[in-house]
Design a protein around this ligand. Structure first.
Ligand code: DGP
Length: 112
């Protein structure tokens, strides 16, 4: 499958890893929009939030179990934001489910 994030997980494309376990991989966004901008992704390919179903939703739980450890390691003691973009109107550019974890400053109140 020609998927950028699958290639990052496989190590075919380099990335700045911040966390990894059996199910989850997390790395720094190449174009950070906050002092801390980490992408958290399932190792198994899911195209977007639209592709979450009863067979794979446990992976989403694994992602949200990993996030507290990631933000603690990143020093985000004062809060952070988790975002997933989905589809055309959501401006999703990489078709592998990913959660943006943003923090390290007071974030904008706007989300859209
Ligand atoms: P989205 O627009 O929600 O699909 O976010 C995709 C993010 O992926 C975007 O913030 C930039 C990031 N990105 C794209 N290509 C690469 C890459 O090769 N390496 C890393 N680390 N991040 C990438």
């Amino acid at each position: 499958m020609d998927c950028l994030f699958c290639k990052i997980i496989a190590g075919e494309i380099p990335s700045a890893k911040v966390f990894e376990n059996e199910w989850v991989y997390a790395f720094r966004d190449i174009a950070p929009q906050a002092p801390v901008h980490v992408l958290v992704i399932p190792k198994n390919h899911i195209a977007s939030a639209d592709g979450i179903n009863p067979e794979n939703s446990a992976l989403v739980a694994k992602i949200f179990e990993a996030i507290p450890a990631i933000v603690k390691a990143e020093g985000l003691t004062n809060g952070y934001r988790v975002i997933t973009n989905c589809g055309e109107d959501g401006c999703q550019s990489v078709k592998h489910l990913h959660f943006h974890v943003l923090g390290g400053k007071k974030l904008s109140e706007n989300m859209a």
